[in-house]
Write a protein that binds this ligand. Structure first.
Ligand code: HEM
Ligand code: NAG
Ligand code: NAG
Ligand code: NAG
Length: 512
């Protein structure tokens, strides 16, 4: 019997391996016309790519993109079904930013990057981005007011309220549940957002979507399919997806019923108070429960971890460089109304500080990831992209380009964007935090840019303003006061590593 198993499995294994090698061979040839960029010192190990991608992209960008040429870098991480990332120069991004997903598919790219076939993470659907963008755009004033109140409530019950009590928090441990709670209270209905189990699950899957993808990609593609169902983070993610569906069922059925009986118009939904209504307002009439609940799960995944990392990095940047503290605190106090709410329009210096923080430490080194589904030849360079090419934008490398930002382009300057904006009144608004331009790709660019970016930016500004006005803050690393200056942030593949060792000590200020 064991002999029979060996007799059958060996040829299958050999056939699969040969097919895999053949595919890699033909793949390599199809991309021969695009130069490959490697580490110049010759160490091109997997670990090097995982840890040092930022430097590799920066040197590649300076070498090739400056001459208007795309270049490619290897993806040495298992589990990806593509072998290269093709990094496009800025003018190429401009050309493709509005091309439909039928040529440059973000849905496929997202499936590949998040190893979706293996992890069972919900897919990036075609209608949700626009639905969310329209909903947030139409209701931003109300959203900001509600965010302000929810943050007050959350900080009021989770942080010290008098000067005799001090408290130490770790950024990620604090922000992930805080943002899950606050974001949930705006995106799903109150029944769910007040349910501790829902918040717990939301925190879990927001983190687990990334973890499960990393766990799967630790294996080569051939093994990943076999191993995935056994990986704990993957099992947890699949369970969460079923949980979200269960919880969304009554909400979905209620909306469906009201829509069928004519009480509910799409127009009214788009002006609703909650994210699930905006989504419904932009969903196809025959949207299924699975599609709707997956969309909600993806939206929460897209919003929580990204926002938590961005505000953690911003706080580390600020508290490790105390020279910026006084002016930002003064501005935040001046923006505070009598009822404690914040007028975020007045947070000009904070906006500039956040923009600088994101410029140097974006959550993602690469954005605008796409997979080419119909061969395309760029008009700007004549370079052809065969079917199956993964294209991307070197977000961090572009944001540290000395031709754009000067010789100190790799140094932190909290006033940089103040100067840029004050000296360029006409182009001023394009330099605001959250605006997507070809020099500022942290939220993507064009029709597929992050639909939640102003939601995120306003939430971050409100939280920071409240921290600054109400508490004295001391930066800590592993629970000890940190005096080491602005730390070097680490990346894992193309995502910033959550700065989990950092946190802060809070002591309530007497005067507000
Ligand atoms: C600072 C925090 C955030 C960052 C850095 C960020 C960044 C991004 C980026 C780079 C993309 C991909 C754009 C592309 O394909 O070119 C994206 C997509 C998306 N973002 Fe954000 N985002 C943040 C917060 C949010 C928030 C708060 C929401 C929701 C309220 C949100 C919802 C989405 C959605 C729905 C997508 C579409 C892709 C998908 O379904 O996975 N994001 N975001
Ligand atoms: C592009 O989007 C459409 C819906 O807008 C979808 O049906 C199609 O599958 C997508 N194509 C690819 C290649 O992702
Ligand atoms: C969310 O935070 C509020 C305070 O703002 C709290 O009353 C509520 O219980 C929290 N929700 C959950 C589910 O923990
Ligand atoms: C300060 O607040 C804590 C809880 O936040 C409370 O236990 C304590 O009694 C308060 N102390 C004073 C002096 O009000």
């Amino acid at each position: 019997m064991p002999n029979l198993i060996i007799l059958v499995s060996v040829p299958i294994f050999v056939a699969v391996t040969l097919q895999y090698l053949y595919r890699n061979f033909t793949q390599d040839r199809a991309w021969n016309h695009i130069p490959t960029h490697e580490f110049e010192d010759g160490d091109n190990s997997r670990d090097r790519y995982v840890r040092d991608l930022k430097d590799l992209l920066e040197s590649g960008y300076r070498k090739y993109s400056k001459q208007g040429l795309p270049f490619k870098v290897k993806i040495p991480i298992g589990g990806y079904s593509v072998r290269y990332r093709v990094v496009l120069p800025k003018d190429h991004l401009e050309e493709m930013k509005h091309l439909s997903n039928n040529t440059f598919s973000w849905a496929l790219a997202s499936a590949v990057i998040f190893a979706q076939d293996f992890t069972g993470a919900p897919p990036r659907g075609p209608w949700s981005g626009k639905a969310l963008r329209v909903g947030i755009h139409q209701n931003l004033g109300d959203i900001t007011k509600k965010l302000d109140q929810q943050i007050d409530m959350y900080f009021g019950t989770h942080l010290p309220q008098n000067s005799s009590m001090i408290m130490s928090i770790r950024f990620m441990d604090f922000f992930v549940p805080a943002i899950a709670n606050i974001t949930s209270s705006l995106l799903v209905d109150e029944r769910l957002s007040s349910n501790p189990e829902w918040i717990q699950q939301t925190c879990d899957f927001a983190v687990n979507r990334y973890k499960s993808a990393d766990d799967v990609r630790a294996y080569p593609p051939l093994l990943a399919a076999l191993v995935a169902p056994l990986i704990p983070s993957v099992r947890q993610l699949r369970k969460s997806r079923r949980y979200v569906k269960e919880q969304m069922t009554p909400l979905y059925e209620d909306m469906k019923m009201r829509q069928n009986s004519g009480i509910l118009s799409k127009e009214k939904c788009r002006k609703g108070a909650f994210g699930f209504e905006w989504l419904w307002g932009g969903a196809p009439d025959d949207v299924t429960l699975d599609d709707f609940s997956d969309t909600m799960m993806r939206t929460l995944i897209a919003s929580i971890h990204t926002t938590a990392k961005t505000i953690s990095v911003a706080l580390i940047d600020l508290l490790s460089q105390p020279q910026y503290m006084d002016e930002l605190r003064r501005e935040a106090m001046e923006a505070t109304e009598f009822d404690g709410s914040i007028d975020i329009e007045k947070l000009f210096k904070m906006d500039c500080f956040l923009k600088e923080s994101q410029r140097l430490t974006p959550v993602f080194l690469l954005t605008m990831n796409r997979i080419v589904t119909q061969s395309y030849t760029f008009k700007v360079s004549g370079t052809s992209m065969p079917v199956g090419t993964m294209t991307t934008a070197a977000t961090a490398a572009i944001a540290t380009d000395p031709d754009t930002f000067g010789i100190d382009s790799n140094c932190f300057d909290g006033s940089r964007f103040q100067r840029l904006r004050l000296s360029n009144k006409a182009g001023e608004s394009a330099l605001k935090m959250g605006m997507a331009t070809e020099d500022s790709l942290g939220f993507g660019l064009g029709s597929q840019a992050c639909p939640g970016r102003f939601f995120a930016v306003n939430q971050i500004k409100l939280m920071l303003a409240k921290f600054l006005t109400r508490w004295e803050l001391t930066l800590e690393k592993n629970g000890q006061k940190w005096l080491g200056g602005r730390p070097k942030y680490e990346y894992y593949d193309f995502s910033v590593v959550a700065p989990a060792e950092y946190g802060m000590l809070l002591r309530r200020r007497e005067i507000i």
